[in-house]
Design a protein around this ligand. Structure first.
Ligand SMILES: [Zn+2]
Ligand SMILES: [Zn+2]
Length: 173
């Protein structure tokens, strides 16, 4: 996965893994591969444990009460996860930046990718563009990459469901 300037793929991968936690090393490997990550070494249960701990930290970023707290939490992740940036062409897909040391296990790769990708997304698109679905019973996390930056629901289905509910509430009142 090449980190684009807005960190979009990385922050979407984080949301996908947080919403549906990987249950095994095989599943984690498959889902990372289909997200476009080039796996450099065999994936182990230690990678799964590491990723689950990273996702716990990352969900605190999602649930931060304001921009300041959100920035502090991301900075804490960056301080622990990221190394100095370097150019690499390890996958033969062209030169791109890594914010980590070479030959790291997948757990560490994801820690750095998720931290830097989230920081790029928030700085590039807006600090508020990471949240949970506004439908009360849906806790799905999403990164808002819409043009307007006012996405409130994870899906059209949840948006419709809430619209119907508000309409009924108005009709009853
Ligand atoms: Zn790479
Ligand atoms: Zn939803």
């Amino acid at each position: 996965m090449h980190l684009n300037p807005y960190g979009e793929d990385a922050v979407n991968l984080a949301a996908d893994l947080a919403n549906r936690r990987p249950a095994s090393a095989e599943e984690l490997a498959d889902r990372c591969r289909s997200a476009g990550l080039v796996l450099e070494s065999p994936v182990t249960s230690q990678d799964v444990d590491r990723v689950l701990a990273v996702l716990d930290e990352w969900e605190k970023v999602v649930d931060a009460v304001d921009d300041r707290e959100r920035a502090d939490l991301v900075n804490r992740m960056l301080a622990a996860a990221a190394a100095y940036p370097r150019l690499t062409d390890h996958a033969g897909h062209g030169w791109h930046l890594h914010y980590r040391d070479n030959r790291q296990p997948l757990g560490s790769v994801l820690f750095s990718l998720i931290s830097v990708g989230t920081a790029l997304h928030l700085a590039g698109r807006g600090m508020h563009r990471l949240r949970r679905c506004a439908l009360t019973e849906c806790a799905t996390i999403f990164a808002d990459t819409s043009r307007t930056g006012r996405q409130r629901y994870c899906s059209a289905r949840c948006a419709n469901c809430d619209a119907v509910r508000r309409h009924r509430a108005r009709a009853a009142a």
